[in-house]
Design a protein around this ligand. Structure first.
Ligand code: HEC
Length: 146
């Protein structure tokens, strides 16, 4: 049984040590050599693609980097999975894309808009994710054979 004094020392030292470990790992993660964000490849097209992504609420149905909704497929590695031509056709389609039953919004994008979104997907797909391939919710996995 610890005395009150020992318990206090245990608490203080424990807090200090974990705090220092936390600071150390933060500095390590943010140091230049450990940058995995692929930020040198951020171009104007990627930024425009990201704006289209945000303003159309794509995350209302899809996930990217595992974030978003589970109605539609995970898109982090969609370029590897589907290729550019396929994605462009979906984004430019005047009718909803729905080979598997659920409807993707028919955005009817221009070629330039679709190309920007594809640049954004390429950039996201090239981030070093420490081996994370993609997250597919059990629901999406059953529903979408990918
Ligand atoms: C209302 C929900 C919804 C929204 C919003 C939505 N999507 Fe989709 N999307 C879907 C569904 C559902 C599918 C799958 C259709 C199928 O395979 O039958 C899909 C498929 C896709 C695919 C093909 C994925 C694959 O693996 O086959 C891409 C790429 C895509 N969407 C991009 C986007 C982008 C970019 C946006 C925003 C501009 C967006 N989606 C917004 C529902 C949505």
């Amino acid at each position: 049984m610890l005395s009150k004094k020992q318990a206090r020392a245990f608490f203080l030292i424990g807090t200090l040590v974990t705090f220092l470990v936390f600071i150390g790992l933060t500095v390590y993660s943010l140091s230049e050599g450990n940058d995995q964000t692929n930020k040198e490849n951020l171009t104007a097209e990627v930024v425009r693609g990201k704006e289209i992504w945000e303003s159309n609420n794509c995350m209302g149905c899809h996930t990217i980097l595992g974030e978003g909704a589970y109605y539609a497929p995970e898109l982090t590695k969609v370029i590897d999975r589907r290729g550019e031509g396929y994605i462009k056709a979906i984004l430019m389609s005047p009718v909803p894309w729905q080979p598997n039953g659920r409807k993707m919004v028919a955005y009817g994008m221009t070629e330039a808009e679709a190309t920007d979104v594809i640049s954004f997907f390429k950039w996201i797909g090239e981030i070093d994710l420490n081996g994370f391939e993609r997250i597919v919710s059990p629901l999406a996995k059953d529903r979408f054979n990918n």
